[in-house]
Design a protein around this ligand. Structure first.
Ligand code: HEM
Ligand code: HEM
Length: 227
């Protein structure tokens, strides 16, 4: 039995995370790091990385409704009762058996997506102190509002850093305390469960539609909402 897998040797190896989920995840990691690195001296690159992040967030939200299995919000967003019940099991050293995000992880994922939306949207309106560098929608607001949004853009990053730190700490907690490797499945897509959750595949056209919508939205925004 592989480390972190569930059930006895009879467990079933299933595809948990589809390719779009994994690609979005690792692209987000790379692009956020790049946006951080380029934030002061390479604002052109910074903005492009930001548009890409915005496109990925739009796609992930779309995929939460149009995708299948563990990608769907409906499969992992739970109410307070289920979340509290899950919380009570966290100290146990047994691997978590949720075939997808557990109810607590779901909250952290939603918070990261909201923080990323805030980060990118405030960036679109941000202006720097001397009004030289700005987002493509900054001409729609006054200079003062652009400055306020630039400050919010910086604060959003502090919140994002805290959420990411918590996220990585949770992944490490699962590895060390629960002996559950969550990173491997986020790379290969596969994990072993006692029972097959029976997640269906998503039709290709839905993927194509989502990619087209997200790319078009990010591009349109990058052009200042002008064709
Ligand atoms: C993942 C997405 C993003 C991250 C993590 C991010 C992060 C940051 C951070 C931390 C700063 C503060 C720089 C400093 O230390 O002075 C900054 C500045 C800035 N960002 Fe972003 N940003 C993102 C997306 C965007 C987007 C989409 C745009 C606009 C298209 C944008 C436009 C700007 C501008 C114009 C500034 C300069 C504001 C100023 O100097 O006050 N950013 N960004
Ligand atoms: C910029 C940094 C990061 C961001 C913004 C981020 C964001 C996310 C998001 C949004 C998800 C949900 C996946 C989905 O359903 O679409 C997720 C899941 C996950 N992330 Fe990250 N992540 C970051 C860094 C990392 C790092 C460094 C690791 C590895 C140590 C990691 C490991 C994972 C794992 C294992 C999951 C799946 C958790 C589970 O099984 O429920 N993430 N992350």
């Amino acid at each position: 039995m592989a480390r972190g897998d569930l059930g006895a040797a009879a467990g079933v190896r299933v595809r948990l995370w589809d390719a779009p989920i994994r690609l979005v995840h690792w692209l987000l990691v790379g692009l956020i790091a790049f946006a951080w690195w380029s934030r002061k001296d390479h604002l052109d690159w910074h903005r492009w990385a930001g548009y890409a992040v915005l496109g990925l967030v739009i796609f992930r939200v779309y995929w939460g409704f149009a995708g299948a299995g563990a990608a769907r919000f409906a499969s992992f967003v739970k109410g307070p009762r289920a979340t509290l019940a899950y919380l009570a099991t966290v100290p146990r050293r047994t691997p978590s058996g949720t075939p997808g995000h557990n109810p607590l992880g779901a909250l952290s994922i939603l918070a990261i997506l909201v923080a990323l939306a805030l980060q990118t949207v405030t960036g679109l309106f941000a202006v720097d102190v001397d009004g030289i560098e700005s987002g493509p929608l900054s001409d729609r607001v006054s200079f003062e509002t652009g400055r306020r949004l630039a400050e919010l853009h910086e604060q959003a990053f502090t919140a994002l850093e805290a959420l990411i730190a918590l996220h990585v700490a949770a992944v490490l907690f699962y590895l060390v305390w629960k002996r559950t490797d969550l990173v491997g499945p986020m790379i290969t897509g596969r994990r072993t469960f006692a029972r097959d959750p029976g997640y269906p595949a998503t039709p290709r056209w839905r993927l194509a539609l989502g990619v087209a919508l997200a790319a078009a939205a990010a591009w349109f925004v990058s052009k200042g909402l002008k064709l």
